[in-house]
Design a protein around this ligand. Structure first.
Ligand SMILES: NC(=O)c1ccc[n+]([C@@H]2O[C@H](COP(=O)([O-])OP(=O)(O)OC[C@H]3O[C@@H](n4cnc5c(N)ncnc54)[C@H](OP(=O)(O)O)[C@@H]3O)[C@@H](O)[C@H]2O)c1
Length: 249
């Protein structure tokens, strides 16, 4: 891919919401950013042209595995040092019970959020490890680790990806791969969330996606010793609290 001069950071969900905020933040900080999503991100007129020139966007539908494989093949000459997973299909409309979740929704949500990301991550692992320590950051959710009534398809997809990433973390020594999973303890105003709320909803208590982008930037810049790989609760002030996973039974 032309123009990617240093080991790049690949961000899924680049067109809007938290993923787009991450793309912009990392580009502002001088990273070469490879963004993927189905629709093209639009950047504000105020965005610095030097930053925009560091962003390399490619259309990619994570629910289409042939496309995911072809995209990874196109990255053959490109070095990748980090993978940020922020794409999401939240499912149909507002909250609804599992009994009202139809086959098409299960299929779309789990294919996009879980299988698409699993295929992308597994195909890119050799590249990440070649630029050791490679970094994977999943913008996860409380639904991955706590009961999420009314959001069963979304929850199943996030829990599955959470488990897959813990598995690859277990397969690699820390000096080869650092896997972070971030669980925001607050809601963020994004298009995806707006679509799931009533028209007159008051978003004043919701955070700006830039808050998560700042945390991702901090993790990419930190030394492995200062922020050990693992799962973290992200607080509203940007601090990270270690989330103790069950390590064995
Ligand atoms: N917002 C919150 O309050 C909140 C809270 C906790 C956790 N999170 C997590 O934060 C992450 C980002 O959420 P968000 O609210 O920013 O989401 P969002 O506004 O709905 O954006 C979702 C992104 O995913 C992309 N996407 C959706 N389907 C896709 C597909 N089939 N193939 C490729 N890309 C696809 C969309 O791009 P296209 O439509 O252009 O493809 C878009 O860029 C998610 O992992 C979510 O679980 C969010």
């Amino acid at each position: 891919m032309a123009g990617v001069e240093q080991p790049g950071v690949l961000v899924t969900g680049a067109s809007q919401g938290i993923g787009k905020a991450i793309v912009m933040r990392l580009a502002d900080e001088g990273h070469s950013v490879l963004g993927v999503s189905r629709s093209k991100p639009e950047f504000p007129d105020t965005a610095q042209s030097a930053s925009v020139s560091r962003i390399h966007w490619t259309p990619l539908d994570l629910s289409q595995m042939t496309g995911v494989e072809q995209y990874v093949a196109s990255l053959e000459p490109v070095a990748i040092r980090a993978l940020i997973l922020s794409a999401v299909d939240y499912g149909e409309g507002g909250r609804h019970p599992a009994s009202m979740t139809l086959a098409a929704e299960w299929q779309r949500v789990i294919t996009t959020n879980l299988i698409g990301h699993c295929v992308l991550v597994s195909l890119l692992l050799p590249k990440l490890v070649a630029n050791a320590p490679g970094v994977v950051i999943h913008v996860s959710s409380d639904v991955a680790v706590t009961p999420a009534g009314g959001r069963s398809a979304y929850a199943a997809s996030k829990a599955g990806l959470h488990a897959m990433l813990r598995a690859i973390a277990a397969e690699h020594p820390l000096d080869r791969l650092r896997v972070y999973q971030l669980i925001p303890t607050f809601q963020t105003v994004t298009n995806g969330i707006r679509r799931r709320r009533p028209k007159d909803f008051d978003f004043s208590s919701y955070a700006d996606p830039a808050l998560i982008a700042e945390v991702v930037d901090r993790l990419l810049s930190s030394s492995p010793a200062s922020v050990p790989a693992g799962t973290y609760l992200v607080r509203r002030d940007g601090t990270l609290d270690w989330y103790e996973e069950v390590a064995s039974v």
